[in-house]
Design a protein around this ligand. Structure first.
Ligand code: FES
Length: 108
């Protein structure tokens, strides 16, 4: 099963196995990762699943494909960066095994 490492702003991290066909937001929620809220359950209407994709991974994860994600990223609570993504829109694939994402300071 592919693994994702969630890094908090204080440098602590959790590495979690996230099943294929799940997404990075649910991997965090199901395993108690703080700072990823996922209020809308992945419905692309809240932006509380904001994360920063680690620089090593931005190429493989890619940019937001949906206009809805791009629009929501305009209003995230924490600083928006080029590596910003909504974690509910990052589907787990075998190619993303080892993915590292950083959790923002705020989701509201
Ligand atoms: Fe609401 Fe991702 S969980 S937009």
């Amino acid at each position: 099963m592919p693994q994702v490492t969630y890094v908090q702003s204080d440098g602590t991290s959790q590495t979690i196995e996230v099943p294929l066909d799940e997404n990075v937001m649910r991997g965090a929620l199901y395993n108690g990762v703080e700072g990823i809220i996922g209020e809308c359950g992945g419905g692309l209407s809240c932006a509380t699943c904001h994360c920063y994709v680690d620089a090593e991974w931005t190429g493989r994860v890619g940019a937001p494909q949906l206009q809805e994600e791009r629009d929501l990223l305009e209003g995230v609570a924490a600083e928006r960066r080029p590596s910003s993504r909504l974690s509910c829109q990052i589907a787990m694939t075998a190619e993303l095994d080892g993915l590292v994402v950083h959790v923002p300071d705020a989701q509201y």
